[in-house]
Design a protein around this ligand. Structure first.
Ligand SMILES: [Zn+2]
Length: 243
């Protein structure tokens, strides 16, 4: 583990001592794996199970939509890698709602969930399909028409495949600007998620915050649940938000 990672964990753990509120928040992963691993961002299933156990032991409720200021956790997965599909029995067994952010043009790419599998997942009560744009490019580098295409075509395509509504989105690489937020609302998204760390109800220009936990070991995970990673918001904002 690098010095920077260790320093990051230390900051998160120390700053978590200042939070005792148990306020609701969204956490996110990229994938889970038992045998085959489809991305370096994947979380081993044993660590994932540990996270779920810790959330429940801490008295949080895992929900599909946060509706209360305190005590609720929402879980999301970005990119729709195949590991989630391979391990879907575990998701059913744990009975946890998962919001799955899908890149519509990746549906037939190797290592990703295909159309047929997505339809299957969408029929499960645990899975909420959401958009992660059409081609996973950095929105802030595009002009308005291109951004609108990324947002709208993925929504239309997913809705056509699933014959059901897709009304939430998160941005590729967490990167966004004001235009991407405005255009997301204009094309009909009602819930917009960032990758900025924070509590659910402390949104930023209408965008919900989420904490990345895919590699967090026990004590780091506990600290993030409490809000220990929020002190990194300034750094994440500089990296992710381009007015
Ligand atoms: Zn992504």
């Amino acid at each position: 583990m690098s010095i920077i990672s260790l320093f990051r964990i230390l900051i998160i753990r120390v700053s978590s001592f200042f939070y005792i509120s148990r306020r609701s928040k969204v956490i996110f992963y990229h994938d889970i794996h038992s045998n085959t691993k489809y991305t370096d961002m994947s979380t081993p299933v044993d660590l994932f199970k540990k996270h779920i156990q810790m959330i429940r032991e801490d008295g949080y409720e895992i929900v599909s939509e946060i509706t209360q200021l305190k005590g609720q956790i929402e879980i999301s997965f970005d990119d729709a890698f195949l590991g989630l599909y391979d391990n879907i029995e575990l998701i059913k067994e744990l009975n946890i709602p998962v919001r799955l952010f899908v890149i519509s043009s990746y549906l037939d790419k190797a290592g990703h969930i295909n159309r047929k599998q997505l339809i299957e997942l969408n029929q499960l009560p645990q899975i909420i399909v959401a958009s992660h744009t059409h081609s996973h490019q950095t929105l802030a580098k595009m002009d308005l028409d291109e951004i609108k295409f990324e947002l709208k075509s993925s929504k239309d395509q997913l809705e056509r495949i699933l014959a059901s509504k897709v009304d939430s989105i998160c941005f590729p690489e967490g990167n966004f600007n004001r235009a991407s937020v405005f255009l997301s609302e204009a094309v009909g998204y009602v819930k917009i998620y960032s990758s900025l760390p924070g509590f659910y109800y402390d949104d930023f220009i209408g965008v919900k915050k989420r904490s990345l936990v895919q590699f967090a070991q026990e004590r780091e995970f506990k600290a993030i649940l409490k809000g220990g990673d929020h002190c990194l918001l300034f750094w994440y904002k500089r990296k992710h938000y381009n007015k």
